[in-house]
Design a protein around this ligand. Structure first.
Ligand SMILES: *Cc1c(COP(=O)(O)O)cnc(C)c1O
Length: 410
């Protein structure tokens, strides 16, 4: 696939996803027979003679542990090339690094906050312009195109409201206008959604999340089948230098081996949790693409093979109730990030989305009662009882009790 060596395992893409996650580019080490891809903890590689190397020269450019990760990731997205990066945002940076002054980019209005910050506070200084649109509405995406537009950037499902963009509709638009179409596939993972099949040119991942899956590394990746884009992205990465270390690549590869079974379990638990929440009197609204009540459930079924492990909901009683709930869970840990085996929860309006002004938050649906869950792979029954007792705590907050009293008095 991508680079020189590590072709020892000629696994073809005809093998199933779960098999490729374990075998692709991960054949036994040819020099020792080591079953598992070794951590090549070295900065440089000795030349056999002047002008002759074994495919590796300096570890900013290539490292065999990283190559194995890159080839495996590319295979999982049914792509030709992978570039592993030091973080998800490093992956975003190298893609944005192929743009030039004067270029215009159309961006989903609810992209990850760090992506918004990078575009607005760093790349805008190089005279690259960004327009933020509601990607649920294809007309709004089309209306934002101008003669300077070079790229469309979106996430689906989005954070934290699990809204979807129609991957094929945007793909058709990008093709008609000759735009580079980038999808951040962090939430769905290639196990549930492969945007290249709908016309995307580039996939970005924060491997920090589901791909590594154990909340123990920061990592990212860029994946494409377009050779020219690959060469440009690889050039920018080598020139700017934000590469992952071999130990983190090893951990990402270790995580990916169980991606298929973890994602099935994340989804099973998330569906159970979402259905529980939907039936709970203390819950006002639940956002999960796997629920029939999700306004884009049919689109989710068309373009995804599963609905993922992220669930958001609005607890009745506003901020006091949300505070009681997030402080009151015992299994769900209060933390940013997502996608690991351990369940997490967060309060977007005061955590991940805090830098966004309150009125803009409200406009985007990020109300003070909103809670986001990253449903892990513990027992679903234990997760549900944890939420049940925390929802009871939420129901005892003064606002909720006062509202109930008011109703009783009427
Ligand atoms: C976390 C995240 C990022 C940023 O990744 P880091 O690894 O934290 O740099 C980008 N996009 C999405 C959707 C994310 O969830």
């Amino acid at each position: 696939m991508t680079t020189q060596n590590n072709q020892s395992c000629n696994t073809s893409t005809e093998l199933d996803f779960a098999t490729r996650a374990i075998h692709q580019a991960q054949g036994a080490d040819p020099s020792t027979g080591a079953l598992i891809t070794p951590i090549f903890q070295t900065s440089t590689f000795v030349l056999e003679e002047l002008g002759k190397n074994k495919g590796y020269q300096y570890a900013r450019t290539h490292n065999p542990t990283r190559t194995a990760l890159e080839e495996c990731l590319a295979s999982l997205e049914n792509a030709r090339y992978g570039v592993a990066c030091a973080s998800g945002l490093a992956a975003v940076s190298v893609v944005a690094g192929i743009l030039k002054a004067g270029d215009h980019v159309i961006v989903g209005e609810d992209v990850y906050g760090g992506v918004y910050r990078l575009f607005e506070r760093v790349f805008s200084r190089y005279d690259i312009k960004f327009t933020y649109v509601n990607t649920r509405n294809i007309d709004e995406v089309e209306a934002a195109i101008n003669e300077k537009t070079r790229l469309i950037w979106l996430e689906t499902p989005t954070n934290p409201l699990l809204r979807l963009a129609d991957l094929q509709a945007v793909g058709d638009l990008a093709k008609a206008h000759n735009l580079i179409y980038v999808v951040d596939n962090t939430f769905a993972t290639p196990y549930f959604q492969r945007p290249l099949e709908f016309g995307a040119n580039v996939i970005v991942h924060s491997t920090t999340k589901y791909l590594s899956g154990h909340s123990d590394i920061i990592g990212g990746a860029v994946i494409t089948s377009d050779e020219e884009l690959y060469e440009q992205i690889k050039f920018v990465q080598n020139a700017t230098g934000a590469v992952p270390g071999p130990f983190d690549c090893y951990l990402a590869l270790r995580g990916i081996k169980t991606l298929a079974l973890r994602m099935r379990e994340h989804e099973r638990n998330a569906q159970a949790v979402a259905e529980f929440l939907e039936s709970h009197p203390q819950v006002q609204e639940v956002y999960y693409p796997g629920l029939k009540s999700h306004p884009q459930h049919e689109l989710a079924r068309r373009q995804m093979s599963g609905f993922g492990g992220m669930v958001s909901f609005v607890v009745k009683g506003g901020l006091p109730a949300a505070r009681a709930l997030v402080n009151g869970t015992k299994l769900f840990q209060l933390a940013e990030s997502l996608g690991g085996v351990k369940s997490l929860l967060c309060h977007p309006s005061s955590m991940t989305h805090a830098p966004i002004p309150r009125d803009v938050q409200e406009h985007c649906g990020i109300v003070e009662g909103l809670v986001r869950l990253s449903v892990g792979i513990e027992s679903a029954a234990d997760l549900i009882s944890d939420l049940e007792q925390a929802l009871y705590l939420a129901s005892q907050t003064s606002d909720v009790v006062a509202a109930k009293t008011l109703v009783a008095l009427k």
